[in-house]
Design a protein around this ligand. Structure first.
Ligand code: SF4
Length: 399
């Protein structure tokens, strides 16, 4: 039975194709670690050591912890670790991480607020009674206070603080609470705690039984969508800049391949030629379409003034026609409702109403009806290949 994690579900929500590459096709990519993730892992390791040693009655001093932090840093440091913000050095980031540990240590020493039950706890838990849908997750620390309240701790080294509303709707720790209560059924009161150690700030949240139930339901629905997904379409967004699958993704593969080419090879690429020619031709056609509209208006005006209906040119004649067409209020226009009511009253509705094929296609595509109705509707639909071409402007490689 498939086991899902919060990260997995979020990947699917962000981009179904990325989910497919990572979790179904299992395409492995060389990990490109960022300095932010590296600092986070070193700080986590130091705080894990703090509580693991406390379990054996050893309380580390701040200097012990900082020495352990330095050791982890030096042992795991790789020159390939990416520093995006070039104005900062590895030393700046090292000092930031040390500051995170100092903040935490000073705030909680002698660490007797609660009893630690587990660090880096691996929870596997069902979302429904038969266990058809299962989740897993790693919790930084689980503890129990003297009054019996269980605590789920999450250490954050990032620099931006979420709002209380954001932590109150956070899915990850909410799911961990479901896992905790499956493992410790006596846990009636549970508190979710985020330690923003870089900011020396603590955020807390609690979940009601109803909130947990709707989180379960929502998560089961997401898993259901993953399991019934057939297409796994790409969902381009700002996150693509950090996606390791750009070279495999249809949205980015040509762009990513071209980024690596020297100017001469880039200019000789057939795809580059086609894109340039298409964009140039389309610009020209748009310009001509605008000119055609303008000429049409000028001709109509000229003919109105001269009361003429045909203009003579060099071996051409242009004919114009003035007239009227009957118009009724459209679907969203005022007056539509009364018109429909009038026709129904006459008993003539069947004569004039029509099924809109494009509206039905939209209903299917946007899943507007209940799943069983969509399934019945789908039986009348056939799939026809479609294609379209759009031009967007990019700053890179401008001539
Ligand atoms: S590059 Fe963007 S669209 Fe393509 S798989 Fe990655 S996240 Fe999805």
């Amino acid at each position: 039975m498939a086991l899902y994690s919060h990260t997995q579900l979020r990947t699917f929500e962000d981009c179904p194709l990325k989910y497919k590459f990572r979790y179904i096709d299992k395409i492995k990519k060389p990990e490109e670690q960022t300095i932010e993730a590296f600092v986070g892992s070193c700080v986590h390791a130091a705080l894990e050591k703090l509580y693991a040693d406390l379990a054996l009655c050893k309380q580390n001093s701040l200097d012990d912890l900082l020495a352990s932090y330095r050791e982890t840093w030096e042992k795991n440091w790789l020159p390939s670790i990416k520093i995006v913000r070039e104005e900062f050095t590895p030393q700046n980031y090292f000092d930031y991480g040390a500051g995170c540990i100092r903040n935490y240590f000073e705030r909680y020493k002698p660490f007797d607020q609660s009893r630690t039950l587990a660090t880096e706890a691996h929870l596997i838990f069902p979302l429904d009674p038969p266990g058809t849908y299962k989740m897993q997750g790693y919790v930084d620390r689980i503890a129990r206070r003297p009054d019996g309240t269980y605590e789920i701790h999450d250490y954050k080294t990032g620099r931006s603080l979420p709002s209380q509303a954001e932590v109150d709707s956070d899915h990850q720790l909410g799911l961990y609470q479901i896992g905790l209560q499956a493992r410790w059924p006596d846990a009636e009161r549970v508190e979710l705690i985020w330690h923003y150690v870089g900011k020396d700030t603590l955020l807390r949240s609690r979940r009601t039984a109803e909130q947990l139930q709707s989180l379960r339901q929502e998560t089961i629905e997401t898993i259901g969508r993953i399991q019934s997904e057939k297409e796994f379409p790409p969902h381009p967004s700002g996150l693509c800049d950090w996606c390791e699958y750009r070279p495999d993704c249809p949205v980015w593969k040509h762009v990513a391949a071209m980024e690596l080419l020297p100017p001469a090879q880039f200019a000789a690429d057939e795809g580059v030629h086609l894109a340039d020619d298409y964009a140039k031709t389309k610009d020209e056609m748009d310009r001509l379409a605008r000119r055609l509209d303008q000429l049409r208006e000028l001709i109509l005006e000229f003919c109105r003034q001269k009361q003429a209906s045909v203009l003579a040119g060099h071996s051409v004649r242009v004919a114009v026609k003035f007239g009227e067409r009957t118009k009724f209020p459209g679907k969203n226009d005022p007056g539509r409702e009364s018109l429909e009511e009038f026709i129904r009253r006459l008993g003539r509705w069947e004569e004039v109403s029509d099924v809109s094929a494009s509206e039905l296609a939209k209903i299917l595509q946007e899943k507007r009806w209940a799943p069983e109705l969509l399934e019945q509707l789908r039986r009348f639909a056939t799939a026809e290949p479609t294609s379209s071409v759009h031009v967007t402007r990019s700053k890179d490689r401008e001539e």
